[in-house]
Design a protein around this ligand. Structure first.
Ligand SMILES: Nc1ncnc2c1ncn2[C@@H]1O[C@H](COP(=O)(O)OP(=O)(O)OP(=O)(O)O)[C@@H](O)[C@H]1O
Ligand SMILES: [Mg+2]
Length: 257
């Protein structure tokens, strides 16, 4: 699915949150959004996903859906948003309950999503019996079960410790990127963006405007190789120089509030 985002402005009452945020996402492309706290990243994702109506702007999608796609646009959240009383299997199957499917198709989708996220042995467990990383795998499996055309991820790894985040970044690389899913991925973490994105949209502090769009330009599987480190360091420095002053002033603003 191809995406053209053109948010001229978005305000909550008098609070201007986004201004002139226009960019495109190509079919199968992963675009990360980075920017300081409160600059409107989640709002932008909400607008793209149709949860928030922009004050002035449009989001256009283009492209035929695959036959198996049940929910074209699917969210993955930072806090996993699992149903605590349901097993892993039933959490993953939850969005399928809103669709007319044969029970064989339903079971095949759930089993496939569990297998792809390494959860096959945990199907009967409850969320509270799982580590944070495994819980987010459930969130991802649930998203995959509907075969989305566009995945919207709002800081999906931010609640996890550094090592678990590493593991899940590897998984992401294999999973949805291999499947050619178009994704918009919000993160505070520059290393995450540099590992996962094709391009990185850098937003200013509120009201969020586009400061720059940075192409990573290194094949995703090569990014963990030592040989890629110097190029990644240059990109990281560039991103940080774009964000540093914005983050510092956003931080001071939050402290005053
Ligand atoms: N429903 C709402 N009503 C009023 N104000 C809101 C609403 N949602 C968000 N805001 C405000 O809009 C601004 C942008 O919020 P948003 O959550 O989009 O930012 P963010 O970049 O995702 O922040 P963070 O990095 O903390 O996740 C913030 O000042 C927030 O308080
Ligand atoms: Mg947010």
């Amino acid at each position: 699915m191809k995406l053209a985002v053109d948010v001229r402005r978005h305000a909550y009452d008098d609070l201007l949150v986004l201004s002139d945020v226009s960019f495109t996402v190509a079919d199968g492309e992963v675009v990360c959004i980075v920017g300081p706290s409160g600059c409107g990243k989640s709002t932008l994702l909400g607008i793209v996903g149709g949860l928030v109506r922009p004050t002035d702007g449009t989001v256009a999608t283009e492209g035929a859906l695959r036959p198996g796609t049940l929910n074209p646009v699917t969210f993955v959240f930072q806090d996993f948003a699992l149903l605590p009383w349901r097993s892993v299997r039933d959490n993953v199957g939850f969005p399928l309950e809103h669709h007319r499917l044969s029970s064989a198709d339903r079971e095949a989708r759930v089993s496939d999503a569990l297998a792809r996220t390494g959860l096959a042995d945990f199907a009967g467990a409850l969320p509270k019996q799982l580590s944070g990383g495994m819980r987010q795998r459930v969130g991802i499996a649930r998203a995959l079960a509907v075969e989305p055309a566009l995945l919207l991820l709002d800081e999906p790894l931010s609640a996890l410790d550094a090592q678990t985040r590493e593991l899940l970044m590897d998984d992401f690389g294999r999973l949805w990127m291999g499947a050619g899913i178009t994704a918009l991925y919000v993160t505070h973490n520059l290393d995450e963006a540099l590992r996962l994105a094709d391009r990185i949209v850098v937003l200013s502090r509120r009201p969020g405007r586009i400061k720059d769009i940075v192409s990573v330009g290194i094949d995703r599987p090569d990014r963990t190789a030592v040989a890629a480190a110097p190029r990644l360091a240059v990109l990281r420095e560039r991103l940080w120089s774009l964000i540093r002053d914005e983050a510092a002033s956003a931080d001071r603003e939050m402290a005053r509030a």
